[in-house]
Design a protein. Structure first.
Length: 258
């Protein structure tokens, strides 16, 4: 089986594949500092809850945008799983051509999402990840990663509101019944969520306008992706496991399917 790990600014998203089937998923908080032994124990315990052991894991692939945890995580894989993980980065085969001015600036998470969206849903495709940041990336029909847009994520925007405005409370990020808010909480929710929906619809429309491509598929993922996708017709597909699937696909391109 293949253990796939995506390390984001907020969470680790973890999956286990039996060949092409995703048989287990987990999330771990990123911000808590852990040693390699602590990571090893956490991963073993998570696997145990699904009836799996270290012996079931044949290989590991990792993508990360958090460099300071990589030493501990990599050592955990070596010590507790006896595996040298494949790290998504320079030199890895992805099937995606990066047309950015500086390809090294494109985060591994965005490349993984691009692979997942392109391979599973075809191109041209706009892949959107609604996480700590909200990202919109355009992959053309030939697999070229040609443009990317980055904005603050929903939770990031919300924290800015209640951290920097003394009289605004910490709220749940949810869609209010109406945009015509009657109190502070629903006012903030309306601005955050409807504002993000509006941003998404405008960016998609603008990408189509500037490229002249009307047949672009739109695929969303990430923690708040479902909330946005369920409230706009501009998103064709919501795939909560897109990043994990992208990692499995990249592993197959480099070491063969497992």
């Amino acid at each position: 089986m293949l253990l796939v790990i995506d390390i984001g600014n907020t969470n680790f998203t973890v999956g286990v594949f039996n060949k092409k089937e995703l048989v287990a998923t987990f999330r771990i908080t990123t911000k808590q500092q852990r040693t390699s032994d602590e990571y090893g124990i956490v991963f073993l315990e998570l696997l145990r809850t699904r009836g799996l052991t270290a012996a079931d894991i044949d290989d590991v692939i990792i993508s990360s945008v958090v460099p300071n945890v990589m030493h501990s995580v990599t050592n955990a894989m070596k010590k507790y799983f006896n595996r040298q993980p494949l790290i998504v980065g320079t030199g890895i085969k992805t099937g995606i051509r990066l047309a950015a001015e500086n390809p090294r600036e494109i985060g591994p998470d965005r490349i993984v999402d691009a692979v997942g969206a392109y391979e599973l849903y075809g191109g041209p495709v706009i892949v959107m990840d609604f996480g700590t940041a909200t990202t919109y990336d355009l992959i053309l029909e030939d697999g070229t990663f040609t443009a990317g847009i980055t904005s603050p994520g929903l939770a990031t925007s919300a924290r800015s509101l209640w951290s920097d405005a003394a009289k605004l409370p910490e709220i749940e990020i949810a869609l209010p019944k109406s945009i015509l808010a009657k109190n502070t909480v629903t006012s903030m929710q309306a601005g955050l969520v409807y504002g993000h929906i509006g941003q998404t619809e405008y960016i998609i429309r603008k990408i189509k306008e500037e490229t002249g491509l009307d047949n672009i598929r739109t695929v969303a993922t990430g923690g708040y992706g479902r909330l946005i996708a369920e409230n706009t017709d501009s998103i064709d597909v919501y795939d909560s496991d897109l990043t994990l699937k992208g990692l499995q696909l990249i592993y197959g391109k480099n070491k063969g399917n497992m």
